[in-house]
Design a protein around this ligand. Structure first.
Ligand SMILES: Cc1cc2nc3c(=O)[nH]c(=O)nc-3n(C[C@H](O)[C@H](O)[C@H](O)COP(=O)(O)OP(=O)(O)OC[C@H]3O[C@@H](n4cnc5c(N)ncnc54)[C@H](O)[C@@H]3O)c2cc1C
Length: 367
């Protein structure tokens, strides 16, 4: 039996897996095609405080802001969901990556940078190693080992500006189907003096750069672009919809993170679900090496914990996608009429819609 692991991808998922594997005493090498994995930063870093607590990661040095809620702009309506206490942190993604890399190396993992892994390399590595594909939304490992496809991709474009927004505790989301079909736009106060603006669109609707140019014409965005200084920008991709399966027992190959589609379809957030995937995968590999347990135990445990949440996120995503502008505005008015803003401020959960639904009904029953 193979007793060492080759991880393809030194993003958050790959590095969390490496760290955990080394702590369990498993020989681990990580390969990343980039000379500086995680750089340039092409994604945001808004993470629920509850979710971060489940990863066992020391992220404090990467924290740049604390968030209390979100303002949702839907046509002429604005919904404000504000919690009394902080619900999320913004982390600087490259800094987080570096912290994770340092921790993995300290634990004894070898991280090989500038090392692109192709099909030939995978054939060679898989002779002696269990393979973990942590290589992101367009996974070479998934393609090479013929895993089922990811349903859909969201194309994104984001830019950071040297700019202080008025309320640095709130992220703003813009739902306008003409500008960002199939997703939304955002302003994220990444720190007190840095505002990130960004958009996503369903890949069926064209080009994220063109949508971003449209987005820049919205008055609140225009103000940032005209008064702030551009620091960095770039395009990326978000996978939406889990793969039908993400472990192959016979070939000893596992996928984690974006490569597996462990992403919330409503927001594109993947660090909490994918990070947990990495931890569960590492535990299963350890049990496999030590006692012959099946690697697919990882998939069973992950699905038990997160599948219903991903399905609920998908349900809300599909509902949103099916509504036209007028319907969306009506829903926003309804939310206000039912005073759901304060309910969500008090009982909302960024990761787990099932908890919000439970709390909604329990509160109703309690009245
Ligand atoms: C615009 C945007 C905003 C986002 N905002 C948030 C957010 O606020 N909160 C949140 O939780 N998530 C967010 N996400 C999602 C989050 O970034 C991803 O879920 C997360 O980065 C996935 O981590 P990963 O390790 O699975 O993959 P990645 O971060 O994509 O890492 C994959 C690594 O594999 C390497 N690699 C790929 N192919 C190969 C190969 N063939 N050989 C060697 N190396 C390879 C790459 O260089 C890369 O370093 C956002 C994404 C985008 C695009």
């Amino acid at each position: 039996m193979k007793n060492s692991v080759a991880i393809v991808g030194a993003g958050t998922a790959g590095l969390i897996a490496a760290n955990r594997l080394r702590k369990l005493g498993v020989e681990t090498t990580v390969y990343d095609q980039k000379p500086r994995p995680g750089f340039p930063v092409r994604a945001s870093g808004i993470l629920s405080i509850n979710g971060l607590g489940t990863l066992g990661v020391d992220y404090k040095k990467a924290m740049t802001n604390t968030l209390n809620g979100a303002k949702l702009h839907i046509g002429k309506e604005t919904i404000e969901i504000r919690a009394k206490k902080p619900i999320a942190y913004v982390l600087e993604r490259f800094e987080l990556n570096q912290l994770l890399q340092e921790a993995s190396e300290l634990a004894g993992a070898e991280v090989k940078v500038g090392a692109q892994v192709d099909g030939k390399t995978l054939d060679r590595l898989s002779e002696k190693n269990i393979i973990v594909g942590a290589d992101g939304a367009v996974s070479t490992v998934a393609r090479h080992f013929k895993f089922p496809p990811i349903e859909k991709h969201i194309l994104t474009f984001r830019a950071e500006y040297d700019y202080s927004v008025e309320d640095s505790g709130m992220v703003e989301l813009f739902f306008d189907k003409d500008v960002t079909p199939g997703f939304f736009g955002w302003i994220s106060p990444n720190s007190k003096d840095i505002a990130e603006i960004g958009i996503g669109i369903d890949s069926a609707f064209g080009n994220s750069r063109a949508s971003f140019e449209k987005f820049k014409k919205i008055p609140a965005i225009k103000q940032i672009v005209e008064n702030g200084k551009l620091i960095t920008d770039g395009a990326s991709i978000i996978p939406v919809g889990m793969r039908e399966h993400f472990v192959k027992d016979n070939e000893e190959v596992l996928l984690v993170g974006d490569a597996a589609g462990q992403v919330k379809p409503t927001t594109g957030g993947g660090i909490i679900f994918g990070g947990n995937g990495a931890v569960y995968a590492a535990n299963a590999i350890h049990r496999h090496i030590e006692g012959g347990a099946k690697l697919s135990e990882y998939e069973r445990i992950w699905r038990k914990e997160f599948q219903k949440e991903v399905r609920l996120h998908s349900f809300f995503y599909d509902l949103y996608s099916s509504m036209d502008k007028k319907k969306l505005e009506q829903v926003a008015r309804m939310i206000k009429l039912m005073r759901l803003e304060s309910f969500l401020g008090k009982y909302g959960d960024m990761d787990r819609p099932s908890l919000v639904i439970k709390r909604f009904f329990l509160r109703g029953l309690a009245k």
